[in-house]
Design a protein around this ligand. Structure first.
Ligand code: NAP
Ligand code: ZN
Ligand code: ZN
Length: 351
């Protein structure tokens, strides 16, 4: 299969800093869309994966799955995109498309494993997939998203992961008006969770460990902000939540949040810390509660979320960086110094 080389940033091993490298992309096939990448959001999963905090990292690793770009080429069977369109790619670039889960629009749970945007086996070129810290990507049109008009493109990029990962569980667990909903951690995912929960009409409480994020939490849509380091402030909410979405990237005490859930309420984990979280059975059984998890969202739901964002004028709060600042940005994320998503201006790859 024919391919072409493109500029990228990635890491050759473990904790090495990210550095420039060259990767190959396949020439667009009949159903493929080739995109010039304009912006790519920086997800904490990029750090977990590139640094082998999660199992199975293949090197060199080129992260990035919050991609917004412009279509530069389409295959002769492509019907949904034309050259010049604004398009997007999230966390997946393919799946089997035939299993029950794929047929139900849950490609992220494909029974034959979705092809993730990076670090998955590449069905076309062999080797593994490369993410959006790169100048171009080629994807089957079924896995490309349309960016509705009117959205700021750089601030839209984080919707492709942080957006859908919070939108999907809030919808699945029926967060609506009259529900009391907690969002834990004001980072990339958390700040989108706050915005969506508010837009869905819930009473929104943000939990943060960072005293300097209280004002922003309220500005972004929380009705209340609780410093989770203050046991008295936490105790006031005991047994009162219908739903809590935990967006924390590191080890923390989830029992403190389970205690705040009411009868038959649910705590859903979307954060994926490197090490297992300890669960006290007591925090689950009294009264009866659910502990759950959720992974991104399917392609149709991702498009639904983008359309919802255009309608409700929701985008991410971002700090735009040239790719040369990516290592600094990662260090800041690890210090919880994030307001509230870094987005790479991919044009800087040419520098
Ligand atoms: P992020 O922007 O770095 O935000 C993480 C937030 O967690 C921080 O801002 C901080 O919020 C809180 N936090 C960090 N360290 C903490 C600690 N030691 N104790 C308590 N709170 C801490 O990360 P992100 O990009 O939103 O990603 C969050 C997690 O979700 C990551 O593990 C990521 O891999 C995972 N993720 C999962 C999915 C999925 O499909 N399930 C998709 C994308 C990402 P405060 O400062 O407010 O306390
Ligand atoms: Zn992500
Ligand atoms: Zn499948």
């Amino acid at each position: 299969m024919k391919s072409f080389s493109v500029k990228a940033f990635g890491t050759a091993a473990g904790k090495n800093p990210l550095a420039p490298l060259t990767i190959n992309r396949r020439e667009a096939g009949p159903t493929d869309v080739e995109m010039e990448i304009l912006y790519c959001g920086v997800c904490h999963s990029d750090i977990h994966q590139a640094r082998s905090e999660w199992p199975g990292t293949v090197y060199p690793c080129v992260p990035g799955h919050e991609i917004v770009g412009r279509v530069t080429k389409v295959g002769n069977k492509v019907t949904q995109f034309k050259v010049g369109d604004t398009s997007a790619v999230g966390c997946m670039v393919d799946s089997c498309r035939t299993c029950n889960h794929c047929q139900s629009g849950l490609e992220q749970y494909c029974l034959n494993y979705a092809t993730f945007t990076y670090n998955s086996p590449d069905k076309h070129l062999g080797g593994h997939t490369w993410g959006g810290y790169s100048s171009h990507i080629v994807v089957d049109e079924s896995f490309a998203l349309k960016v509705p008009a009117g959205l700021d493109l750089a601030a839209t990029a984080p919707l492709l992961c942080a957006g859908i990962t919070t939108y999907s569980p809030l919808k699945h667990w029926k967060v609506t008006a009259g529900k009391k909903v907690g969002i834990v951690g004001l980072g990339g995912l958390g700040h989108m969770g706050v915005k969506f929960a508010r837009a869905f009409g819930a009473h929104v409480v943000l939990f943060t460990t960072s005293a300097n994020k209280v004002g922003d939490g309220l500005r972004l849509g929380a009705h209340e902000v609780v410093l989770s380091t203050d046991p008295e402030a936490m105790a006031k909410h005991t047994g009162s939540f219908d739903f809590i979405l935990d967006c924390v990237s590191a080890l923390h005490d989830i029992n403190a949040y389970m205690n705040l859930i009411k009868l038959d309420g649910t705590l859903t984990l979307v954060g994926v810390p490197e090490k297992p979280l300890a669960v006290s059975a007591f925090s689950l059984i009294l009264p009866r509660k659910n502990l759950a998890g959720s992974c991104i969202g399917g392609i149709a739901e991702t498009q639904e979320m983008l359309n919802f964002c255009a309608e409700h004028k929701i985008v991410s709060e971002i700090e735009l960086i040239p790719i040369q600042k990516i290592n600094e940005a990662w260090e800041r994320m690890l210090k919880q110094d994030i307001k509230y998503r870094f987005v790479i201006d991919v044009a800087s790859l040419k520098n």
